[in-house]
Ligand binder design. Structure first.
Ligand code: AMP
Ligand code: ZN
Length: 116
């Protein structure tokens, strides 16, 4: 898929609307359109990367930035004490449906384990 056809790239440039909570030069965070928990937020790189499987050594800092952004948003959403989960689905067996790397931040209820 080219970046032109990618849903999350369209959110990055503003062609598709989203409930954006945070953005900077490298990452964007917005609420999931089909939340699986009371708080369900996606953190994505602005640059198009298909999945975690496409991440290279040069993306090391970016991946750390995505994780730290998730932590800060979790804190801002009041989840630090109750806890939360971060998930990156990869590929078919991982259940990835949007092929632009994204980290799910889920919280606001007790989450079951293992996932289905
Ligand atoms: P995954 O299954 O890990 O690829 O997750 C893709 C996520 O993107 C799902 O949780 C969807 O609900 C979410 N999603 C799909 N389209 C949109 C959209 N337009 N705005 C916000 N979230 C979306
Ligand atoms: Zn994309």
């Amino acid at each position: 898929m080219t970046a032109n056809e990618c849903l999350f790239c369209k959110i990055v440039v503003g062609d598709v609307p989203a409930d954006i909570l945070y953005k900077d030069d490298e990452v964007l965070a917005f609420r999931d359109i089909n939340p699986q928990a009371p708080i369900h937020i996606l953190v994505i790189p602005k640059q198009h990367l298909d999945s975690l499987a496409s991440v290279a050594d040069e993306n090391r800092n970016l991946m750390g930035h995505i994780m730290l952004t998730a932590k800060e948003i979790a804190r801002d959403e009041g989840l630090s004490h109750s806890g939360y989960r971060t998930v990156i689905n990869v590929g078919a067996d991982g259940g990835q449906t949007v092929h632009h790397l994204h980290l799910h931040l889920l919280g606001g209820r007790a989450l079951r384990w293992p996932p289905g």
